[in-house]
Design a protein around this ligand. Structure first.
Ligand SMILES: [Ca+2]
Ligand SMILES: [Ca+2]
Ligand SMILES: [Ca+2]
Length: 307
């Protein structure tokens, strides 16, 4: 048999085995963010001051539309508010920062908890903000070797996708070319793990640390330079981007191409890097340092819709 025939045969086999295992898992996600004690207060965002308790991602009114959008993806999602990050409080699948208020910087203990959470497979979505919020925002990405820099007193700001091949820019809810920000900073330092996906007038404004980048089995980190990119009045512009972002953070680790399904394409990615990891480790699902039969079986076990 030729290589192509072997691959085709294995592909058919995988499809048959996969369909035997349907239906597979979707959802049951837990999203954790700060409560109002960390998300409120007063600070400058350029033209106006921000005061109040509306900016908590899981409680605040500013993110009501975002939470509704998440519920359309997975109605079983639960939202948990915590005052501080501890090993006991940061238990779930995704941490979302919301706006971290002025003077509410992560302590070094919280930074260690957040880093360990991601190192052990948790996903993080972190927002920056300009001016008086910059130190607090930086305290959340310094553990990942990244830093925000600069302030752009302008609204709206149109950010442009620079890596259209990244799943956040194309799947599973559609293609994103630009998105809307307001009064932004930029990611001045991408560090050793960060990969830029979009830029604004100041520089990089959306960056991702891929799964397995920090350590085998580590989770993804998505960093936006603007905390308002997903609040109610920007969400209509940014809805596809938002849903792609949430899907990227919560999807099955076996959805290797990020299209919202575990299927034949993902199987072919495993096959294409079989025994070649390193350097082709994207398909090392279990993070044991090679691509092999265990990764193949994990793909099979998740076969089907998987967001
Ligand atoms: Ca802003
Ligand atoms: Ca897929
Ligand atoms: Ca493996």
């Amino acid at each position: 048999m030729t290589n192509t025939t072997i691959r085709a045969t294995l592909a058919i086999l995988a499809t048959l085995l996969g369909s035997l295992l349907l239906p597979t898992r979707v959802g049951a996600h837990t999203i954790i963010s700060f409560d109002e004690t960390r998300s409120s207060g007063t600070g400058s965002t350029g033209s106006a001051s921000v005061t109040g308790t509306f900016q908590s991602f899981v409680l605040g009114s500013a993110y009501e539309s975002a939470r509704a959008g998440i519920m359309t993806i997975d109605p079983s999602t639960s939202f948990v508010a915590v005052p501080t990050l501890t090993e006991q409080s940061l238990v779930g699948e995704v941490f979302v920062s919301g706006l971290l208020a002025q003077g509410q910087d992560l302590s070094s203990a919280e930074q260690a908890v957040l880093f360990n959470f991601v190192q052990n497979g948790g996903a993080a979505l972190i927002f920056g903000e300009l001016d008086t919020f910059l130190n607090a925002a930086n305290s959340m990405i310094v553990p990942f070797d990244m830093a925000f820099d600069g302030s752009l007193f302008q609204s709206p700001v149109i950010a442009t996708i620079t890596d259209p091949s990244h799943p956040i820019a194309k799947e599973p809810f559609g293609t994103v070319v630009t998105f809307t920000e307001a009064f932004v900073t930029s990611i001045g330092d991408l560090g050793s793990y960060g990969h830029s996906i979009a830029t604004n007038l100041l520089g990089d404004t959306l960056a991702v640390i891929p799964r397995n980048a920090i350590a085998p089995g580590s989770g993804p980190v998505v960093v936006y330079s603007d905390s308002t990119v997903f609040i109610n009045n920007n969400l209509a512009d940014n809805e596809v981007l938002f849903k792609n972002t949430i899907a990227h953070l919560t999807r099955c680790v076996t959805d290797l191409d990020g299209d919202g399904e575990v299927g034949i394409v993902d199987f072919l990615v495993v096959l294409g890097s079989w025994g070649l990891c390193p350097p082709l480790c994207q398909a090392d699902v279990d993070g044991d340092g090679d691509v092999g039969i265990l990764d193949f079986l994990l793909v099979l076990a998740d076969w089907g819709p998987c967001i």
